[in-house]
Design a protein around this ligand. Structure first.
Ligand SMILES: [Zn+2]
Length: 341
């Protein structure tokens, strides 16, 4: 399902690409949406058109006819290479190169690596390469321009089988049977997304479905806990994109944070149980990493005694990395500070 035709619509300076694809729209939107519309002339009947936001209107003064555009982060790296058409200033504002032909503006192909899953004939997509940033204290991974956590969960649009990427292919027949009976039989097949990036809401829905799958298939405590943790992290990622200054976003941000808290709590309880029942590595984590993670989570829930216990194990461990010990020491200082209050 590659693009059969492409059309370009130029709205003022905003470039909106319209690809003809038989899939629904999964465009990552940035900046506030304040109305507006796109008209497609000579549209092909029964063809679905996807619109991708490449630039967003950051601010404008209609009276002065001044419009300031910035690149959607998903497209920025690519757009910066299109110097014949657009130029960036130091603040990241984008202007159209004078005299450049909008009709010649190239469309980026969205190449997807697709793999077949074992449970049914469905497919899943793999994420691409990105640059890693400093993770959160509790090890939530962070990357430039993209939240890779969105791609750490796979969900089959045909049968509803969903799992963390790392567990997706490892399902034993007995568990597959439970999923077929209790999920697939009731699942309404969905149109398969062709986009190579997902919205937060899509990812959140997939994690929730994955969590339901872990329960139905009677998965390991640690798998449930890790799914909850990633769900909490992705909710944090979504909250990060919402502004305190815009009333509707502030409300949505608060909801995200409340939900994050619920799943974080479940993750905490699950991991606390898992360490006494399961063998390391647990969810790919060695004992030191798990102890450090549990210390962070204990600290979050103000269980300082538990946090100190976990940290002591990391700090006295003979095989914990220097880096992990440094992080543990930093956390220990914060715990000491809290206890002095
Ligand atoms: Zn399937």
């Amino acid at each position: 399902m590659l693009q059969h035709a492409k059309k370009l619509v130029c709205l003022l300076l905003a470039l909106v690409m319209v690809f003809a694809m038989s899939a629904t729209v999964f465009a990552a939107q940035e900046g506030p949406l304040t109305g507006g519309s796109i008209t497609i002339n000579d549209a092909v009947p029964n063809q679905t058109y996807d619109a991708y936001q490449i630039l967003y209107l950051e601010s404008y003064d209609a009276a002065a006819n001044a419009y300031a555009y910035k690149a959607n982060s998903v497209w920025k790296t690519w757009l910066e290479t299109q110097t014949a058409f657009v130029s960036f200033d130091e603040q990241g504002y984008v202007t159209w190169v004078e005299g450049a032909d909008a009709a010649a503006f190239p469309a980026r192909r969205t190449g997807n690596a697709v793999r077949t899953v074992k449970l049914c004939a469905g497919t899943r997509t793999k994420s691409g390469k990105t640059r890693r940033l400093q993770p959160d204290r509790d090890l939530r991974p962070r990357f430039q321009y993209i939240d890779t956590l969105k791609y750490d969960v796979f969900s089959c649009p045909h049968c509803g089988y969903s799992a963390l990427a790392r567990d997706f292919d490892n399902i034993i027949p007995a568990r597959a049977k439970l999923i077929r009976e209790q999920i697939s039989s009731k699942f309404t097949p969905q149109e398969e997304p062709e986009a190579d990036f997902y919205t937060y809401d899509m990812a959140i829905a997939r994690y929730k479905l994955a969590l339901l799958n872990t329960t139905v298939k009677k998965g390991k405590e640690s798998e449930k806990a890790y799914t909850c943790l990633k769900l909490a992290w992705i909710l944090r990622g979504k909250a990060d994109t919402l502004s305190e200054d815009i009333p509707e976003e502030k409300e949505a941000k608060k909801k995200c944070q409340e939900e994050e808290e619920v799943f974080y709590q479940q993750a905490y309880e699950g991991f606390s149980k898992a360490i006494s029942e399961e063998m390391y590595p647990i969810c790919g984590m060695d004992e030191n990493t798990m102890d450090y993670l549990l210390a962070c989570m204990s600290y979050h829930f103000e269980k300082y005694e538990m946090a100190s216990k976990c940290l002591a194990r990391v700090l006295t461990s003979s095989n914990a990395s220097r880096r992990l010990k440094d992080m543990a020491l930093e956390l220990k200082e914060d715990i000491v500070a809290q206890l002095k209050h």
